[in-house]
Design a protein around this ligand. Sequence first.
Ligand code: EPS
Length: 383
Amino acid sequence: MRYVTSGESHGRVLTAIVTGVPAGVPIEQASIDAELARRQTGYGRGGRQQIETDRGTVLSGVRFGRTIGSPVTIAVANRDWDNWMDVMPAFGEANEATRVTAPRPGHADLAGIQKIGSRDIRDVLERASARETAARVAAGSVAKALLRELGVNIISFVSAVGAVEVETLDDPSSVDAGLVESSSVRCPDAEVSERMCRAIDEASAAGESLGGVFYVIASGVLPGLGAYAEADRRLDARLAAAMMSIPAIKGVEIGDGFAAAALPGSQVHDEISFDESRGLRRSTNHAGGLEGGMSNGEPLILRVAMKPIPTLMKPLGSVDIETLESVDASRERSDVCAVPAAAVVGEAEMAVVLADAYCDKFGGDCLQDMETAIAAYEARIRP
Ligand code: EPS
């Protein structure tokens, strides 16, 4: 299973096309829209979220509420298009007055126009905008629908906004998802949530932006997904690449991640045990559910670092690409902090990778065949 998206931030519509979706997966309009709404929440978002109420319109691949094995297309309209029709039309004459010429440090702006040979940074920023992630979440909702049938559950939460962080986190996979969903910054600790919101207020008042850290966790994943034998089928590599594909992501850790590099092996590796009810298990999960490029049956735990958003209301120095004079970087309406939204995008990215890995291992033609193959596999690996 994989997806492509199309669409610009202030264009008419975003679309996601998901291919390799097995037939027979139940799809609900409400589940697609609920995922899109989760991505739109989060303290620190800008004025744009008051304009948009994202809805996914299914254009192909679903019939009477079930996938039919053909590509699934979902469109998400940009309501803001009404205000941008004159800036983003497909045809007509370019308007010099709406050109953007002061690239923002940290954004795709400068390398983007150098790459495509444009005199208007808007040609780049419209697609580089994280608005595109709405389409990814639509794609992820299809992957999640399959995973739900297979007993896999994916959650995310924010553990840091700027310098404010949750200090003690014994077992990230046992975090209360209800608490996360009720926090405006997707943080399971109410007191830390409050401090995160104040940090966002302070950044906003200072014309600053803030990054942070989020976890994405999958439970109910069977062992043996991915591969130890081929580099590009390794599940850890594919999950890390999927997280790094989200705009503004600068780091990914699996399990104990960088901290494990400083410890002796006996404190890092998870002992293997057996009991009648649970079969072969690990007593700890330092590996974050991934060993040898494969899932090992424990929860998959990824920790992801997001840099602060590049659009600053108190801008950094830049150079006008037309006059070559020193100027302030361009200011666009933007968010102060989008870490909670990025966490929801992280869930979608993980869902697509895991759905693809399940289709690889258990056949991707139809859900019923997958369920049969999974039952046989579970019986075989059970001692
Ligand atoms: C973004 C800038 C802002 C964000 C946008 C990402 O949009 P605008 O330029 O219209 O104010 O709100 O994110 C979304 C619209 C979204 O739905 O996530 C940027 O430059 O990356």
